[in-house]
Write a protein that binds this ligand. Structure first.
Ligand code: NDP
Ligand code: HSE
Length: 437
């Protein structure tokens, strides 16, 4: 049977993995897709390196626009990254009637609304399984497997680089810098690794999942984003003493007041499966009203795990490309005219429990002052530890876990606590999620 022709834009980590997996498993993939899927044209800035990789199996050019306009190409796979050139290429491919497969979560989180509208109008597919959680088929699960459910919330470890860094720091005592350099060498990190470290990459992925789960437009600019750069070893250790692990979580939840969309370090009870997801592994916990909790686990970054998702999309598009566009699974799970515009809650309006750490002068009455401020702000304490200061030291740390409370109350309490004469420096606050219901 006539092969379907793929034009590949960018043959770096994921592009290289895609070429390798597709070549290695060609026979089985053909049996599944019903016809061969062939990467016939590749564009990369580094033509020499690309030619070495593909040999005589594909033509290599340096002009990506030549690929999206080539009449022989049926599907364009965008694996360059970024949102300037990538956006122009994807829109051009759509305009030219080509289906698109991309792993580019930044592009979709920022420009997905425009891209999906263009694709819908032109009757082509834009597939993006690899954009969220690497090799885990979470888009398929959310869009198809859980379609009977009213999804209540999603909480995920969705950045492999930061989870790898946190694990290496905790288990091997590596410094932040060394662990990050290792993650980069392993091909996990973004071109700009601050996207990983500061939670931006996770927020891109969360924005996409939130849109699919609740049938809302992509609203990345409304997401609350915090990374791991301010996390200290001290907090990781105290959290463990209290029975918790700290993970960078992306959380999106439907509430009566709006949708929560937030990425931040989070204490999770160590008995939860997701608290034990280490290294580059990702995990996404989804709560649906019918199914209850479901957990999806796998490699969140790297050449072949991500290629696994890219190739799955290629097979899907190959199977569906002659079908009536009306009968395809909608890009964002809901029919394009059935999307709703729910507001995203500002973080000050979000309710969670908190871990609070403060350094105090070890003197009678300090604790009473602090608990009074908390009570004044409607914050009730769930657990507390006070560290014994070493001999001759008059300062100590107090660590408190609160019950669930509106974030603005905690911010008000922290402001007052920091003004107490017996409290030194800033109060550290980390959100806590039980993830039990
Ligand atoms: P790489 O940097 O490894 O690959 C990008 C490739 O595109 C490079 O070979 C680069 O060449 C080439 N390129 C850059 N600009 C152009 C251009 N103008 N024309 C043609 N080729 C160009 O990135 P990754 O493979 O890691 O990531 C690709 C995409 O996949 C990104 O959107 C990323 O977010 C996403 N992703 C990555 C994952 C991972 O684990 N790495 C996992 C999931 C998604 P050169 O090297 O010379 O700049
Ligand atoms: N930089 C991303 C990560 C790649 O570390 O998770 C996968 O999307």
């Amino acid at each position: 049977m006539k092969p379907i022709n793929v034009g590949l834009l960018g043959i770096g980590t994921v592009g290289g993995g895609t070429f390798t997996v597709l070549s290695r498993n060609q026979e089985e993939i053909t049996r599944r897709a019903g016809r061969p899927i062939r990467i016939s044209l590749v564009a990369d800035k580094n033509v020499e390196r690309a030619r070495e990789l593909v040999g005589d199996r594909a033509r290599v050019v340096d002009d990506a626009f030549a690929v999206v306009s080539d009449p022989e190409v049926d599907i364009v796979v965008e694996l360059i990254g970024g949102y300037g050139l990538a956006k122009a290429l994807v829109l051009k491919a759509i305009e030219n009637g080509k289906h698109v497969v991309t792993a580019n979560k930044a592009l979709l989180a920022l420009h997905g609304n425009e891209i999906f509208a263009a694709a819908q109008k032109r009757g082509v597919m834009v597939a993006f399984e690899a954009a969220v959680a690497g090799g885990i088929p979470i888009i398929k699960a959310l869009r198809e497997g859980l379609t009977a459910n009213r999804i209540e919330w999603i909480a995920g470890i969705i950045n492999g680089t930061t989870n790898y860094i946190l694990t290496e720091m905790r288990d091997k005592g590596l410094s932040f810098e060394t662990a990050l350099a290792d993650a980069q060498a392993l091909g996990y990190a973004e071109a700009d690794p601050t996207f990983d470290v500061e939670g931006v990459d996770a927020a891109h992925k969360l924005t996409i999942m939130s849109a699919i789960a609740f049938g809302i437009p992509m609203q990345f600019s409304a997401a609350h984003v915090e990374g791991i750069s301010k996390l200290t070893r001290e907090d990781i250790t105290y959290a463990e003493e209290l029975g918790y692990r700290i993970k960078l979580l992306g959380i999106t939840r439907r509430t009566a007041r709006g949708v929560e969309l937030r990425v931040h370090p989070t204490l999770i009870p160590e008995r939860r499966l997701i608290a034990n997801v280490d290294g580059v592994m990702n995990a996404v916990l989804v709560k649906g009203d019918a199914v209850g909790h479901t957990l999806y686990y796998g490699r969140g970054a790297g050449a072949e795990p991500t290629a696994s998702a890219v190739v799955a999309d290629l097979v899907d598009v190959t199977r569906m490309h002659t079908s009536d566009p009306e009968h395809r699974v909608p890009h964002l799970a809901f029919k394009a005219d059935q999307m709703v515009d729910l507001p995203i809650l500002p973080i000050s309006e979000v309710e969670t429990a908190f871990y609070l750490r403060m350094q105090v002068v070890d003197r009678a009455g300090v604790l009473a002052d602090i608990t009074r401020v908390l009570a004044d702000n409607g914050i009730s304490i769930d657990a507390m530890i006070q560290k014994e200061p070493p001999e001759g030291v008059s300062r100590t740390s107090i660590i408190l876990l609160t019950h669930k409370v509106m974030e603005r109350n905690v911010l008000a309490a922290i402001e007052r606590i920091e003004q107490l004469a017996t409290v030194e420096g800033e109060v550290t606050k980390i959100r806590l999620e039980e993830l039990g219901n």
